[in-house]
Write a protein that binds this ligand. Structure first.
Ligand code: KIV
Length: 277
């Protein structure tokens, strides 16, 4: 399912069908220009609640609200024409039960135009996933390290090592049986990711879960080197935009202070010149 082969917008069933084929390529995006860049190369664009940490400077994803997700979902929608757009349901917007989840998921879908929502949790949240999917809301599940449960986990450590792997396997089976069209598998050992990928009928999308998964996702600012607050082991940096931006801003500041910018080519004369903006 390469970007060049795609002619029409991808749907949740199309993503589900891609299991076991060419790996499914996913990235986050929170703004129109970045969504446009990501859409050109990816199968799935996620407006993740990581937006809270990456763009809003929050210490975790717990402070992210439905209104924030809708604002960024709408922005990303304007940049996405071919990939499947998925929007995260933030902490506190779905855990009370199926009715609350449906109300908020329906609002997110109606106001952003996204094609699916993502929510965190395994066996405990499976009945909610079933309720949503039976009512026309496609759900991407998220298990393993679920950052909205950072306080319950006591940090952002690897999940499912040793005997704990059984818990994550049960989560994977539960969300697949509940009707999720794909499942994000975050920060679990490679052997567990391989086993789950083999066992479940839906695509596994790994983040810190090895190439054994059916697809991969990263936070776009992490892989571009634009978010420097911390760098998880599972992130590969494909660019150093943070360093490039720092150098550019330092050069601008130095030139303004030295009166080198603006130069003659940036200045307007009295007489209008043809073609000058
Ligand atoms: O919020 C997010 O960006 C995510 C991905 C990292 C999977 O959940």
């Amino acid at each position: 399912m390469s970007a060049s082969a795609k002619l029409r917008a991808l749907t949740p069933p199309a993503i589900a069908k891609a299991k076991g084929g060419t790996p499914i390529v996913c990235l986050t995006a929170y703004t129109t220009p970045v969504a446009r860049l990501v859409d050109a190369h990816c199968d799935l664009v996620l407006v993740g609640d990581s937006v809270g940490m990456v763009l809003h400077g929050l210490p975790s994803t717990l402070g992210v609200t439905i209104d924030m997700m809708i604002l960024h979902g709408k922005a990303a929608r304007r940049g996405v024409s071919r990939a499947l757009l998925v929007v995260d349901l933030p902490f506190g917007s779905y855990e009370e039960g199926p009715d609350q989840a449906f109300r908020n998921a329906a609002r997110v879908m109606a106001e952003t135009g996204c094609g699916a929502v993502k929510l965190e949790g395994g066996t405990a949240i499976a009945p909610t996933i079933a309720f949503l999917t039976l009512r026309g809301i496609p759900v991407m599940a998220h298990i393993g390290l679920t950052p909205q449960s950072v306080n319950a986990f006591g940090g952002y450590g690897v999940q499912g090592r040793g005997a704990d792997g059984e818990r994550i396997r049960r989560d994977a089976q539960a969300v697949a049986e509940a009707g999720a069209f794909a499942v994000v598998l975050e920060k679990v050992p490679e052997s567990l990711a391989a086993r789950i990928t083999q066992d479940v009928a839906i695509p596994t999308i790994g983040i810190g879960a090895s190439a054994a998964c059916d697809g991969q996702i990263l936070v776009v600012d992490d892989m571009l080197g634009a978010f420097a607050d911390f760098r998880p082991k599972f992130v590969k940096r494909y660019a150093e935009l943070g360093d490039a931006a720092d150098r550019a801003i330092a050069a601008y500041a130095a030139e303004v202070r030295a009166r080198k910018f603006p130069a003659a080519e940036h200045v307007f004369g009295d007489a209008p010149k043809e073609g000058a903006a």
